[in-house]
Write a protein that binds this ligand. Structure first.
Ligand code: MRU
Length: 342
C-alpha cells in the first residue's frame, strides 16, 4: 500500500474525506487551521497518528494568520480539544509549538510548516519500521501456518491502516509488508460498530492492496479464536499509559480477553508518539464519549448508490457511545514500535 492518506500540493494540504468511504473518494483541502480542526472533529480524518499530523499542519496554518502568542495558544488549544483520547494530537501540537519558540517571530510560520512536514515524514518512516519489526515477530507464526498448509490468519479491530496514518498504517504495516513479500495471509476484519471503521475503511484498504480478508461482526472474534482460526490479533492504539495499558477503539479489550483465553498472541502496534508516560494508567485517560446517534442510526449505500441514514434502534431507547476502551497491560503480549518489540 504505497498511497498517501495526506499529501501536499505546494502549500495545500490534501486528504480524503473518510466519512464518505468506501462509497466516495472525495479529496478535501485544508487551507486554514479551522479546516484542520473541523476535519478532525467530524472524523473526515481520524486515527491517532493522522490526527496528530493534521493538527500539526493546523498550527502551521494558524501561524500564517496570527503571530501573537495568545492567539497561537488559543488555536493550539482549539486543535487539542477536537478529540480527547489520542495523545498524538497534543504531542504533535506541542512539538510544533516547541519548534517555533526557537525562531524570531517572522520566521515562525515557516518553522512551523517544516516541523509539521517532519512529523509527517517521521510517521511514514515509523510505520515502515513497525512493519519490519512486526513481520519479524510473526516469522514463527508464519512458519507454523505454512507447515499446516494455510495462510497466516490475523484478526484486527477498527482501522489502524494507511488511512489512520500518513501511509501504511501501524497494525496493518506488518500485514502489508508480508503480503508484498509474497507470504500468504488472510485478515479477519472486525466491522467495528458503531462507526464501522473496519468494514468501511480497513476492508477498503485491504481490498485495494489485494490482501485476502473477510469482514466479521465484532462479536465473532471469540468464536474464531476458539475454533483455532486466528493465529494473532493486532491492533493500533490511541494511547499507551505509563503502566502499559492500551487505550484503543471500543471492543479491543474484549478481543484481548478472548485472545488470552484461547492462547492467541495479542499484539499492539504504535509509534512512540502514542506512548504517554505522564499518565499513570488507562483509567486516568479521558475516554471520548460520542453522540448516541451513531448507535441509533446506520449509514450506507442503498444499492443504487445513494447514501442513506437509517434508524436501527426503536425510537425512545437510550444509547451510550464510548469510543474507546482500556486493555490492561497484562493482556498485551507485544508492543511493536518503530524501535522494536517490547
Ligand atoms: O475513532 P477513530 O477512528 O479515530 O479510532 C481509531 C483507532 O482506534 C485506531 O486503532 C487508533 O487510532 C490507532 S490508528 C494507527
Amino acid at each position: 500500500m504505497d498511497d498517501l492518506t495526506l499529501w501536499l500540493e505546494g502549500d495545500r494540504v490534501l486528504t480524503l474525506d473518510q466519512t464518505l468511504l468506501p462509497f466516495q473518494q472525495t479529496v478535501i483541502e485544508l487551507t486554514c487551521w479551522q479546516d484542520c480542526a473541523r476535519a478532525i472533529a467530524t472524523m473526515q480524518v481520524r486515527g491517532a497518528p493522522l490526527i496528530g499530523v493534521v493538527a500539526a499542519y493546523g498550527v502551521a496554518l494558524g501561524l500564517r494568520e496570527r503571530l501573537e502568542p495568545v492567539a497561537i495558544a488559543s488555536i493550539a488549544q482549539a486543535l487539542i480539544n477536537t478529540r480527547p483520547t489520542a495523545v498524538n494530537l497534543r504531542w504533535a501540537v506541542d512539538r510544533v509549538l516547541g519548534e517555533v519558540q526557537k525562531w524570531p517571530e517572522a520566521q515562525r510560520p515557516e518553522a512551523a510548516w517544516q516541523a509539521a512536514c517532519q512529523i509527517r515524514d517521521e510517521d511514514i518512516a515509523c510505520n515502515a519500521a513497525i512493519g519490519r519489526h512486526g513481520a519479524q515477530l510473526w516469522a514463527p507464526l508464519l512458519e507454523r501456518a505454512n507447515l499446516a498448509g494455510r495462510p497466516l490468519q490475523v484478526l484486527t479491530h477498527c482501522n489502524a491502516g494507511a488511512l489512520a496514518t500518513v501511509a501504511l498504517g501501524t497494525a496493518l504495516a506488518p500485514i502489508y509488508q508480508l503480503h508484498q513479500a509474497g507470504q500468504p495471509l488472510h485478515v479477519w476484519v472486525d466491522e467495528t460498530r458503531p462507526r464501522n471503521q473496519g468494514a468501511s475503511l480497513t476492508a477498503w484498504e485491504l481490498q485495494r492492496a489485494g490482501v485476502a480478508h473477510t469482514v466479521v461482526a465484532d462479536n465473532a472474534g471469540g468464536l474464531l479464536m476458539m475454533q483455532g482460526q486466528v493465529d494473532v490479533v493486532i491492533v493500533g492504539c490511541d494511547r499507551v499509559t505509563a503502566n502499559g495499558d492500551v487505550v484503543n477503539k471500543v471492543g479491543t479489550y474484549l478481543k484481548a480477553l478472548a485472545a488470552r483465553a484461547h492462547g492467541v498472541p495479542f499484539h499492539v502496534a504504535c509509534p512512540t508518539s502514542t506512548i504517554d508516560s505522564h499518565t499513570a494508567t488507562g483509567l486516568d485517560v479521558e475516554i471520548e464519549s460520542r453522540d448516541p446517534e451513531e448507535l441509533l442510526f446506520m449509514h450506507g449505500s442503498d444499492g443504487s448508490g445513494i447514501l442513506r441514514r437509517v434508524r436501527v434502534v426503536s425510537p425512545g431507547s437510550m444509547a451510550l457511545n464510548p469510543a474507546f476502551d482500556i486493555t490492561p497491560a497484562g493482556l498485551v503480549d507485544a508492543l511493536i514500535t518503530e524501535h522494536g518489540v517490547r
